[in-house]
Ligand binder design. Sequence first.
Ligand code: FAD
Length: 386
Amino acid sequence: MTPETPIAVVGAGIAGLALALALEKRGRAVRLFEAAPALSALGAGLQLSPNALRVVDALGLLPELEALASRAHAVTLRRASDDRAIARVPVISTDGTPYLSLHRADLQRVLLRAVERRPRIDLHLGHRLEAVRPRPDGIALTFSCGTDARVTVEAGLAVGADGVHSALASAAGLQDAAPTGRTAWRAMVEARSQGDGAPGITAWLAANRHVVAYPVSGGMRTNVVAILPSAAREDRSGGPAFPKSKTAPRLADLLARADGWTPWPILQTPAQRPYRLCEDRAVLIGDAGHAMAPFAAQGAALALEDAAVLADCLVSEASPAEALARYEAARRPRIDAVRRRVAFHRRVYHLPAPLSLARDAALALRAPASLAADLAWLYDWAPPLR
Ligand SMILES: Cc1cc2nc3c(=O)[nH]c(=O)nc-3n(C[C@H](O)[C@H](O)[C@H](O)COP(=O)(O)OP(=O)(O)OC[C@H]3O[C@@H](n4cnc5c(N)ncnc54)[C@H](O)[C@@H]3O)c2cc1C
């Protein structure tokens, strides 16, 4: 694509901000449109695995992000009923790239600050995409911005980085993301003292539900996520109900101390959703292209990977059609592989007894290094941008 081809990115979330930075790094000007009038501290905790952090590193932002995060060395799986350790899965990479836990708002803030330092990125807040119309030589995007105001922008290519409820996908007539039947309940626990927060990443497994906890905000808070069937009832405190008799005291204490429980119904886009739209004048990345349940903690990671690969395709190929063909060939097999891993974790994490006992016995026979090797294909990925 020639440097003159105007690129409009819709959505300044993780995928959109990272794409704008990756393109700018390769000398391209970008227009970035975001519906929110200000990028506030939305979301909750995130784990970012080495594959995601290699993209952040390639953008020159890893030291800044690491200063706001906590480094994990392993994910510990425990039984929710008695807190017994089932397995310890090391998450250390061979090239020294860390595995971090942090608040999503800290990642967004680091990316946003970098965007604001780049004069070739033109960020338009308060612009909500409403309609798209293919043109012979590109695409026209109409945004609402304020009560009655509308603007139409012409671009050679539109990138939909506008999340799970993507307006670009809807405008192109795609089926909406659908509920998975699970809800993620998210809350925070304030540390009672320095060092009191979760020491690492722990997942407590139970029949049909699990809880994950890890430090955010440099260890000053613990992010708690409980994933349950959407039909499960709330307890009296407004949080997710875990039967007392089947919940270890340490886990019950963590759930009781958690504040601000918020339910997030988990949605997913159909696996066959096309990424290339409007005769190759538009493309979907991040959750807009492939929202999936967070059982492998890879949604933001895939959004960062997408950004790095798409930027490379757009600057290296002669036309949008060639760039998007190479993008899809590179991304679809990997995204499908992550989706299969998500389905595997979903099945295995939520097994009822006696199948859960067989799972625990099988995991106990595996050395931590062999469990880590199962995920090497996922965490060893490196971006083309380095
Ligand atoms: C419970 C839970 C736990 C998770 N844990 C992890 C984890 O540990 N690790 C991980 O990697 N991922 C995790 N994820 C997934 C991760 O949060 C998402 O995959 C990721 O944020 C997607 O990034 P995105 O940029 O594609 O979309 P978003 O971050 O949703 O950004 C989309 C942006 O587009 C904007 N927008 C929307 N509509 C319009 C419009 N019409 N016009 C203009 N702008 C628009 C929005 O305001 C937003 O700024 C988790 C998700 C959940 C629900």
